[in-house]
Design a protein around this ligand. Structure first.
Ligand code: GLU
Length: 489
């Protein structure tokens, strides 16, 4: 049979995670697509916590999920912490509702209590194994159903039917009669199974579009059978492509760097960059555009362009996207991000003033992909000289081929030229103008510029000496030149 899907109405999507541990990129991508689709259609996005498997539940996980969504700006309209017209949003607090639906199914003849003990079930299984046929509970379905007192599992009485349905991303799908067995609706501990609870909730919450991973495709005939038994139309299904590891062939695993999304926050990634990156991980905008603000994603996202094939997690691309988003930030935000990641040994220096950090912003932004790179820059000595005098190596002061007396001459000239600049005129343009007008009189600039750069930074590679001098100020610049001259003497 073919079940027709919901047609256009107020769009309602949901993210329905189980609180079983970390929030990895796959989960967040599901939330993101559901959120984008709701926002695009001015619909509703719901967060529902599916906590019916008490054995797998990890304490603190629901809060963690909410923190991750909060950080990324994936704001839900209804959810456990903010309430809403369909509260409560924790499945464990909705048990009476599942019972009501279960009673309806019992009355309609679609559900019955499982009469068997675990041992009996085990025997059926073994027998099927011995006979090399698949075990089907419905082969053992009792002739008459007892009344359900809640102490035994409640099972769904599956119609022997095949199912065909449409998935927005995967196209037309179907499954034969063997795909649906008499599965459990409510367990003997009183909790519903995922297979049942999520349907009840999607119905009650008016969910129009269900986005989730491909692990649910094989169970979809079960879901369709329940909708059919209840006489209701299923939502529209959008199966998201699997996220593949760096090789592009296998599903992303922890070993490939699948990590908790809040770790990206701690590493200095921007939430809007993660959102941009995840949006493109399985959705194709149909243009060359790769950098999107959340607003642009909302405008352009379309479930019709959710791809079918696996999407490879490419952290280089993430770094590039993050860099682009850092560059697009306001100066103030860039400064904030940099300041937060400056290591303690720099932060505690008296020269580490707000002014100095402020003037370093463009230099740092040009060199980082994520804010934690500020720490890496500091550790590799790319920042320290902006705050304290470098240790100089006599051998490295001169440009290659220059002799020390020649280098001394260049440094002394530079010193005189810079001493002549008034404090109020001390800026990069003035410094550069003075030094270059001298360097340009020489056959080569290197012999004059290299010693100056080295004297100021203690490094053979660094931003140009004018930039450094303008940031560290007149007094420090002259003092560092003096130190180099002293070493050369
Ligand atoms: N609780 C399920 C999970 O975390 C949700 C699946 C669904 O979205 O229906 O995988």
């Amino acid at each position: 049979m073919i079940i027709s899907m919901n047609s256009e109405k107020n769009i309602v999507t949901r993210f329905a995670p189980s609180p079983t541990g970390m929030m990895h990129v796959g989960g967040i991508r599901t939330a993101l697509y559901a959120w984008l689709w709701a926002r695009k259609n001015k619909g509703t996005f719901i967060l529902r916590i599916e906590d019916t498997d008490k054995e797998r539940e990890v304490a603190g996980s629901a809060d963690h999920i909410m923190a991750a969504l909060g950080w990324l700006g994936i704001a839900y309209d209804e959810g456990p912490d903010i309430g809403g017209p369909h509260a409560p949003y924790l499945q464990s607090e909705r048990l009476s509702l599942y019972r009501t639906y279960a009673e309806t199914l019992i009355q309609k003849g679609f559900a019955y209590p499982d009469p068997y003990t675990d041992e009996e079930l085990q025997q059926f299984r073994e027998k099927a194994d011995d006979e090399k046929r698949p075990f089907l509970f419905r082969d053992h379905r009792p002739e008459t159903f007892g009344t359900w007192d809640g102490t035994k599992p409640l099972r769904f009485k599956t119609p022997i039917a095949s199912y065909a349905w449409h998935d927005v991303a995967r196209g037309d799908l179907s499954a034969g009669v063997e795909a649906v067995d008499d599965f459990i609706l409510i367990k003997s501990d009183g909790y519903p199974t995922y297979n049942f609870a999520h349907i009840v909730d999607d119905i009650e919450m008016g969910v129009t579009h269900v986005m989730r991973g491909e692990e649910f495709i094989s169970s979809t005939p079960k879901f369709l059978a329940v909708y059919e038994a209840l006489g209701l139309t299923p939502p529209i299904f959008v199966t998201l492509p699997p996220i593949l590891g760096p090789g592009g062939t296998k599903k992303l695993s922890k070993r490939d760097g699948a990590k908790d999304v809040l770790e990206y926050r701690d590493e200095g990634y921007l939430p809007e960059a993660i959102v941009n990156f995840l949006a493109l991980l399985g959705w194709n905008p149909g243009t060359e555009k790769e950098i999107f603000s959340p607003e642009e994603l909302i405008a352009e996202f379309d479930i019709a362009r959710v791809q079918r094939s696996g999407a490879q997690l490419d952290t280089k691309k993430l770094d590039w996207i993050n860099r682009e988003h850092i560059r697009a930030l306001s100066y103030e935000k860039q400064e904030e991000g940099i300041t937060a990641h400056l290591p303690e040994n720099i932060r505690e220096l008296p020269t580490c003033t707000t002014n100095r950090i402020h003037s370093l912003v463009p230099i740092i932004v040009e060199r980082i992909e994520k804010f934690s790179d500020v720490r890496t820059m500091a550790e590799s000595g790319e920042l320290g000289f902006f705050f304290s005098s470098p240790v100089l190596d006599a051998e490295k002061i001169s440009f290659k081929g220059s002799i020390p007396t020649e280098t001394r001459g260049h440094l002394e000239t530079a010193r005189t030229l810079l001493t002549d600049i008034a404090d109020s005129d001390w800026d990069i343009a003035m410094i550069k103008d003075r030094i270059m007008s001298y360097a340009d009189t020489l056959p080569k600039r290197g012999p004059a510029l290299h010693p100056l750069r080295y004297a100021l930074s203690g490094r053979e590679q660094s931003p140009d000496p004018f930039t450094i001098a303008s940031i560290i100020g007149r007094i420090d610049t002259l003092a560092r030149i003096d130190t180099a001259l002293g070493i050369l003497a």
